[in-house]
Design a protein around this ligand. Structure first.
Ligand SMILES: Nc1ncnc2c1ncn2[C@@H]1O[C@H](COP(=O)(O)OP(=O)(O)O)[C@@H](O)[C@H]1O
Ligand SMILES: [Mg+2]
Length: 537
């Protein structure tokens, strides 16, 4: 379908400029008829010119209309591809791109691709076709004059091709500055309270001013180049006209040609010079958008890990970490070293240890955000890296301090858009300790949580996250200081619910000093290893 649309759009764009040529010839007929003082021929020529103008309007409008439809469809397809690709990134790839960059990509950069690449491409084709037709018309009309004009036209093309590269470079610089500038704005707005509270306004303002400066410098540099290119092409336009009219009039004086023909050829020259000017700008923009398109495709095209093991049954036995060593990609210090531990199904584990020791890192490995540098993680004796992530995420849920609340209803925030029965949702919320809150809001599951959960307290947000895990009845739950925003009593109640669920495998990172006796094992992360503190069995 897209290919057919592309084909039709291309053909119409290539045919539309023919109406320009027809116009030049109708002018020739008109002038020659006028000079011959032949009123009958003049009337016919006027009618012809009128008809040609109608054709011109229809063809060119149709070409633009089709181009727009094509570009719109294609860019939406592309944006969908980008979103799908983002979901296919692994965590490491995903987190290597800043969130503001994702916004920039999906909005600004794709806009640029739509205009300068998808639409720009057809504008380029249309202009090139116009140039070719006009040149052909000129050569057929008057060979010698065409050669003279061509030589005069070649000079500005050479000059503009020299400046085009410079223009591309400065355009890229400008985009870079624009990104930094817009990031700073975002930080100022996002960090507003922090900035004011810590009286950092003047430092931030200074940084803002610096970046605004860089941004406007980059803008004026690009504008300068564009102005230079403009002036050169204006000048060369005049020279080309001088050559065409001057040469033409000499030939007319000598009786080689008619004024009508010269006027038509000048008209054709116009149809060569005009698109050449436009092509300079179109090409520069096209190149910029083309580069962005290539970068994006590179960024989002990646090898999908082959899945050679399809697991149908649920997790049955144990998760084993076997001689695991790990450091983060950008930092060579080992966080975990030869760590070995078994987490058995249905058992409850508490992990303690000093802050920054690497407790959360263990969870990141379990969640496949990162792969250990050494050692293996086995799930029921199958290496975790061979298990499909979709299966694994049906088994495991994580609740941590960083709660993400969608600006949507309570129900949406528990189900995240998937379908569940209303009673199940309420049950999960009650289980997570939100029974009182539910009563307060009259069991209204359409309660709006607000932007970033503004209409919920910190503790309610954490409970909501727990409810997500309860609702989907995941056999394994990881808690990463998940009840930090709750008071002891509340967190005890929730913890006990989890600890009394005999089927559930629970691994809880906790900073609490008093650890419930219901845990089967307490493990301390010390010297990059997990050491059992007290075996309650
Ligand atoms: N993405 C990362 N890149 C580099 N270092 C990291 C990253 N995430 C955490 N670290 C470092 O790894 C160490 C362990 O962090 P973490 O596992 O979060 O500790 P804990 O949860 O025990 O407080 C810390 O020194 C932390 O700075
Ligand atoms: Mg942590």
């Amino acid at each position: 379908m897209m290919k057919l649309l592309f084909g039709i759009t291309l053909i119409v764009n290539l045919l539309a400029p023919l109406s320009n040529i027809a116009f030049a010839f109708s002018i020739k007929i008109l002038i020659d008829a006028g000079l011959a003082q032949n009123l009958e021929r003049l009337t016919a020529a006027l009618q012809l010119s009128g008809a040609v103008i109608c054709g011109f309007v229809i063809m060119n409008y149709f070409a633009k209309w089709l181009t727009n439809i094509y570009a719109q469809n294609k860019i939406n397809y592309y944006r969908t591809f980008l979103i799908n690709s983002i979901f296919e990134l692994n965590y490491q790839e995903f987190s290597s791109i800043k969130s503001s960059d994702y916004q920039h990509i999906l909005l600004n950069e794709t806009n640029q691709i739509q205009q300068d690449y998808l639409q720009g491409r057809f504008n380029i084709y249309r202009n090139i076709a116009l140039i070719i037709y006009s040149l052909l018309g000129m050569f057929i009309g008057n060979f010698i004059l065409a050669v003279l004009v061509l030589i005069a036209t070649a000079i500005p093309i050479l000059i503009s091709s020299l400046t085009a590269k410079k223009g591309t470079y400065h355009k890229q610089q400008l985009l870079k500055q624009e990104k930094t500038y817009s990031n700073t704005i975002k930080e100022i707005i996002g960090g507003y309270l922090t900035i004011k509270n810590y009286q950092a306004e003047s430092a931030i303002k200074q940084r803002y001013k610096q970046q605004l400066d860089n941004y406007s410098k980059a803008q004026s540099k690009l504008k300068n180049i564009e102005n230079q290119t403009d002036t050169i092409s204006e000048l060369s336009g005049l020279i080309v006209f001088l050559v065409a009219f001057g040469g033409g009039m000499i030939m007319t004086a000598k009786g080689y040609t008619t004024i009508g023909s010269v006027t038509a050829i000048v008209q054709l020259v116009n149809f060569v010079v005009m698109p050449i000017n436009e092509l300079g700008i179109l090409f520069t923009r096209f190149r910029g958008a083309y580069d962005i398109n290539r970068e994006l495709t590179k960024l989002f095209t990646h090898n999908k890990a082959p899945v050679n093991y399809i697991q149908n049954k649920n997790f049955t036995n144990k998760i084993s970490l076997n001689q695991i060593s790990f450091h983060y990609p950008k930092n060579k210090t080992l966080i975990l070293s030869n760590l070995t531990v078994d987490f058995n199904k249905g058992k409850k584990y508490a992990i303690i240890g000093s802050s920054g020791g690497g407790k959360t890192t263990i969870f990141k490995l379990l969640l496949k955000f990162y792969t250990p540098n050494k050692g293996k993680i086995l799930v029921d004796d199958t290496p975790l890296n061979e298990l499909p992530i979709s299966w694994w995420y049906q088994q495991i849920a994580v609740v941590d301090q960083e709660v993400f609340i969608f600006n949507n209803t309570l129900a949406y925030n528990v189900t995240i858009g998937r379908h569940f029965a209303q009673e199940k949702i309420i049950q999960a919320l009650q289980q997570a300790g939100l029974a009182n809150f539910l009563k307060q809001i009259n069991y209204n599951l359409n309660y709006q949580c607000g932007e970033n959960g503004a209409n919920l307290s910190g503790g309610q947000q954490q409970r909501l996250c727990l409810a997500r895990a309860f609702l989907q009845a995941k056999p394994i739950i990881l808690l990463d200081e998940a009840t930090s925003a709750l008071d002891y009593k509340a967190s005890d109640i929730i913890e006990n619910t989890l600890l009394n669920d005999t089927n559930l495998t629970l691994i809880a990172i906790t900073h609490q000093t008093k650890i419930s006796p219901l845990y089967d094992q307490i493990l301390k992360l010390e010297n990059q290893q997990l050491i059992p503190v007290l075996d309650t069995n």
